[in-house]
Write a protein that binds this ligand. Structure first.
Ligand code: ADE
Ligand code: ZN
Length: 344
């Protein structure tokens, strides 16, 4: 269904947070190729068209193969700063007031980079975003679950001295065969470092992984989590406990989790009272930044009231201080007054 320009502008300006975004997943193919030249790195592609032709994914793993391959172009503090600033520029245009952003240090460390160089570059990009746009951003240290658990502990060793610069811990990468319970001690240690807790679960993997993330890792948010619909009792529990679900519609479409955006179970979960949010995951790979995810849902027939509820959920589910949440709620109220005709 086509939507009006006014609806699409309203969704772009809708005050929102982004809670599920991998900074490495914002590496656009043009920027990746520019970085190969700037850093003297080679990639096995024959220019932009050849690279672009690889952006068709059969499943999560086929995406991850390209994602990790392109990450090898990131070499310097400036690369990470530029990547972050480019994302925050998109996010600001899309009405994002606050972004909680995953990064995958184990992969960069395996590429020979120092953890502190990566963190310095990302923090520099965040400071540039704050100066240019007033946008608020914070980092989620993401554990690559298909690397050995000892590698996650080594990551925490590297992260500990500057743990105060991190917001949360996350768990990503290939899901099936890597259940959350493997990371019980890692999460216990991260909690002891004062980090918030989130984990990817129920993206391709079973709803049992969502249960484990809640019961064993004690997460406050579930990333993706769409497979929760296989377990109605778990849906009820997550709704009652106010656990945020960071759903990523274009990601689920492009990774063949669903065959149509309309089949991402957002309406069903909202009706059950689940705190559903909408996010872009890896926008350079999946065909759109966050506002495009909102408009895709509108095109699939999700009413504007539901999309406004989702933006409100994104404010409630974020890990910002209460006064910042209150300011975002007030902005959302002003937006609702301005677009009251679309919400009727
Ligand atoms: N890393 C980057 N994007 C991811 C996703 N959608 N699922 C798991 N790991 C990821
Ligand atoms: Zn993700």
């Amino acid at each position: 269904m086509a939507i009006s320009t006014r609806i699409s502008q309203a969704l772009q300006s809708l005050p929102k947070t982004e809670l599920h975004l991998h900074i490495e997943g914002t590496l656009e193919p043009e920027l990746a190729l520019r970085m190969t030249e700037r850093n003297g790195v080679t990639l096995p592609f024959n220019g932009l068209d050849d690279l672009r032709s690889r952006y068709y994914f059969a499943d999560l793993q086929s995406f991850l193969d390209l994602y990790y391959q392109l990450m090898s172009v990131l070499r310097t503090r400036e690369d990470f700063s530029d990547l972050m600033f480019a994302y925050l520029t998109h996010a600001h245009k899309d009405g994002v007031r606050r972004a909680e952003i995953f990064f995958d240090p184990q992969v960069h460390m395996n590429n020979g980079l120092d953890y502190n160089l990566v963190l310095d570059g990302l923090q520099d990009g965040i400071a540039r975003g704050r100066d240019a746009y007033g946008i608020d951003a914070a980092l989620i240290l993401s554990v690559v679950r298909d690397l050995p658990v000892e590698s996650a502990q080594t990551l925490l060793d590297a992260a500990a001295p500057r743990a105060n610069e991190l917001l949360a811990i996350g768990l990503d990468s290939a899901e099936v065969g890597y259940p959350p319970e493997l990371f019980e001690q890692v999460y216990e240690r991260a909690a002891g470092m004062g980090l918030h807790l989130a984990a990817h679960a129920g993206e391709e993997g079973p709803s049992e992984y969502i249960r484990q993330a809640l019961d064993v890792l004690h997460v406050e948010r579930i990333d993706h989590g769409v497979r929760i619909v296989d377990d109605p009792a778990l849906v009820e529990r997550v709704a009652a406990e106010g656990i945020g679900l960071t759903v990523c519609p274009l990601s689920s479409l492009r990774l063949q989790v669903v065959d149509d955006v309309a089949n991402v179970p957002i309406r069903q979960l909202l009706d059950a009272g689940v705190r559903v949010t909408v996010n872009s995951d890896d926008p350079a790979y999946f065909g759109g930044y966050i506002a495009r995810n909102y408009t895709a849902l509108a095109e699939a027939g999700l009413p504007m009231e539901a999309l406004a509820t989702i933006a409100g959920n994104s404010i409630e589910a974020c890990f910002a201080p209460e006064e910042d949440k209150a300011a975002m709620r007030a902005e959302l109220d002003r937006w609702k007054a301005e677009y009251a005709d679309l919400l009727a």
